[in-house]
Design a protein around this ligand. Structure first.
Ligand SMILES: [Fe+2]
Length: 148
């Protein structure tokens, strides 16, 4: 399997919520860095460190978004959008945890397959899911007193 092409940050990925966009750029950068490292012969300990760093930052980012959902009332009334959004976060987290558990058990997920999944997931999640949340937040912010 070939290595997936690096992700390219571009305006189509901008949600318009600065704190989300900043973290997305860091995630894209993190995935691209990871893509440079796991090559044939990559050591399991490198792989462990990469997935640990990625998981840590992804969890931090999901917390940021989910705190915004609470703050702006997106998560109220068991909104299906919020529910689906959080389920996507959980799904991503579980995939990365499963890769790490396999690694611990001595089974190395092919780095190209993992990176392909991560890249596709992030692009789709930003374009389809995070943008819906961002539109909601931006609408709320534009209504807030003193907002520009
Ligand atoms: Fe999200």
């Amino acid at each position: 399997m070939e290595k997936p092409a690096p992700l390219v940050w571009n305006d189509s990925l901008i949600t318009g919520v600065p704190e989300i966009d900043e973290q997305h750029q860091i995630l894209v950068h993190t995935l691209n860095e990871a893509g440079e490292k796991p090559s044939p012969g990559a050591r399991p300990e490198d792989y462990e460190a990469i997935t640990r760093g990625l998981l840590g930052y992804a969890l931090y980012h999901f917390e940021t978004e989910e705190a915004l959902m609470q703050e702006y009332g997106y998560a109220q009334d068991e909104s299906p959008d919020a529910h689906r959004h959080q389920a996507e976060h959980r799904g991503f987290t579980q995939q990365v945890i499963a890769v790490r558990e396999n690694l611990e058990a001595g089974v190395l997920t092919p780095p190209e397959a993992l990176l392909g999944f991560l890249n596709d997931w992030l692009m789709r999640h930003i374009m389809l899911t995070d943008k819906r949340l961002a539109a909601f937040i931006l609408a709320r912010r534009s209504r807030a007193p003193g907002a520009t």
